[in-house]
Design a protein around this ligand. Sequence first.
Ligand code: HEC
Length: 457
Amino acid sequence: MNYPVWEVPGIGLPWVIGIIAIFHVMISHFAVGGGIYLAVAEAKAIRENRRDWLPILERHSKFFLVLTGVFGAVSGVGIWFAIGLIQPEATSTLIHNFVFGWAIEWVFFIVELSAAAVYYYTWRRIPDKLHMKVGNLYAVASVCTLVIINGILTFMLTPGTTWLKAAGTGHESAYFWNAFFNPTYWPSLILRTLVCLSLAGVWALVSFSRLDDDTFGKAKVSMIRWSAGWLLPAFVLMPFMLGWYLYMVPRENQHLLELGMTTIGSGAFTQITRIALISVISTATIVGIVYFFAYKFPKDLTYGHALSVLFIALAATGSTEYAREAVRKPYVIGSHMYSNGVRISEVDTFNRDGYLTKSMWSPGKDASQVEVGKAMFRGQCLSCHTAGGYRSMRAFLADRDAKAIGNILKVLHDHKLDSPYRYYMPPLVGTQQEIEALQSYLLTLKDAAAPTKVARK
Ligand code: HEC
């Protein structure tokens, strides 16, 4: 434990990152797709002399300015606060490897923001050609932010063997490019680009469905139709790219998905499978609605239809993102660092010398056993569990007595190859005394709960 542990009762730490990150993903993918959409649509309008499209695009671009400038920036900074507080050890590792990548990303983000502002405020004020150039700059800069952040995000799932060999030697950053272009880099980049494109199309439908028929009649219909045609191919390709991506995910993590499949309805970990299903089903639903309401009969598209497509698309994006995070369990950096900040390479040392001994955040020498146990719980379990809220320890322990809890802790500690927990929980590390202290602390949690049922055998 090199860092203090932050505690968020109720929703727990995973959801603090989850909520901010999923919100940011939606916004940022909109922004990247929107940049491309605007540039392509404006070029088409000018090339084909559809000048009635331009006022519509102008209105539409205001939204992207607010989106990137306000919500994108704020939620992006929010992610930094959240990961710094919740995953300090992993954040430190990422910064040590990718500080240069992040610096570049921020440069592109500033270019993107500035270009979006110039783009919006110069409609009808500068020549078409110049305005289109600004739009292209906005599109390219926003794609570049994705190109860069995708390397860092995919690294966390699949750091790749070259980087993993160097991990811990102090020479990790010499393998920047290996870490960056890691095994899931390309499938993820293509998948995300498709998500960006389709979300941009969905948002266009929402925005255009509200246009007044009398003022925008013809242009409205042609733009709705064009936007539907724009998003359908991306939606059709997405499941294939998702398949490619999952194929590149390490076997160990794929097992999490299979575990979900085989235990559906009964098992420990069916959420991931359900979520994978949600994303496939919702994609199919969107294709159906968009094809019939927006593509075949664009006049019939109402604001309500468009909003429902938006809602399903966001749900699909959110749940896919959740599944991506979940598939990484029990690691925060694949095959290198567990979600609670313990590195695989440190496990033996912690077991021999103690988990708390070298930490400045451990309770003092004369701390009670329960206090020691609480520190163990905070350091090793809180990154995924809470005492009484999300993945509640109290609920899990409700019908287990001291012996049963001791057995579970032993299974967690031994981390044997056939342990069902090793696919989603890190090994419990520490000396025998520390583990017993954790057991005592867990028992106090249980005692705080309502009278419990009979002990499990
Ligand atoms: C990487 C995240 C993660 C960490 C860290 C973690 N767990 Fe878990 N734990 C899970 C997940 C996921 C489940 C399954 C939840 C479910 O079934 O809904 C789980 C389930 C459990 C269960 C119930 C198991 C059962 O069979 O009923 C217990 C007990 C438990 N964890 C204890 C702990 C303890 C003690 C620690 C700290 C030493 C810990 N966990 C650390 C993710 C984690």
